[in-house]
Design a protein around this ligand. Structure first.
Ligand SMILES: NC(=O)CC[C@H](N)C(=O)O
Length: 221
């Protein structure tokens, strides 16, 4: 599987994400600096990691979304290439318009860093094919801007079209309708605040993140 991890100034989960992809898919992703303007030919996965791109200045993900590489990412997403945005990656995907809504400051105004209970949503996507709908899983979160919001029409559309990928099963950050992750209409773009790449082997305390990459591998490769 040919993949790339996009690296922005301030990304800090890029290497963890690359390790997860390498361990699970057996192929090493290319680390792609945000100033690049093209993606490798025949790419199977674009991964946008967590972190604090541009120090979260202006709004988390807002400046990274205007990076040179993002035009190629948007074009690839429109062609159906799988795009995975985790945490700051999710923020970058909403800021770039690939996913609807916005991630505001957590309701409690604090940085939340712990494992949380999640419920797998109804989204049909290569990214969730390794889980069953309604399954209870746990994944770590680490963010201060994870409070997902969108206007009621958008939320109804997301639910009506079955585009909720993950919901919080507990109160974490105030996200509307407990949304922790969503996909685009085609299902090839996933944004999620929890970190699947941090829970891929028992030594990390669990493997609930592993199946996201395994499901993708089965569908894509
Ligand atoms: N781990 C992360 O990606 C952090 C995301 C973001 N900068 C926030 O704190 O909201």
């Amino acid at each position: 599987m040919k993949s790339a991890v996009i690296v922005f100034p301030g990304s800090n989960c890029d290497r963890d994400l690359a390790v997860a992809i390498r361990e699970i898919t057996g192929s090493t992703p290319q680390m792609l600096w945000h100033r690049e303007t093209t993606l490798p030919d025949g790419i199977d996965l674009i991964a946008i990691p967590g972190g604090f791109s541009y120090g979260d200045y202006l709004r988390s993900g807002a400046m990274a979304a205007r990076s040179p590489i993002m035009q190629a990412v948007v074009e690839a997403a429109d062609r159906g290439v799988p795009v995975l945005g985790i945490c700051n990656g999710f923020q970058i995907l909403t800021e770039s318009g690939l996913l609807p809504g916005a991630l505001m400051r957590n309701a409690g105004l604090g940085f939340v860093c712990r494992d949380v209970a999640l419920c797998v949503g109804e989204a049909r996507s290569p990214f969730t094919s390794g889980y069953s709908v309604g399954e209870a899983i746990r994944l770590p979160v680490a963010h201060h801007d994870g409070n997902y919001t969108a206007d009621p029409e958008t939320l109804d559309r997301l639910e009506g079209e079955g585009r909720i990928a993950f919901r919080y099963a507990e109160d974490v950050n105030g996200s509307v309708r407990s949304i922790a992750g969503i996909v685009n209409a085609r299902g090839n773009v996933l944004g999620m605040m929890p970190h699947p790449e941090r829970l891929i082997e028992p030594a990390q305390g669990g493997t609930d993140g592993r199946r996201l990459f395994e499901g993708l591998l089965e569908t894509v490769a």
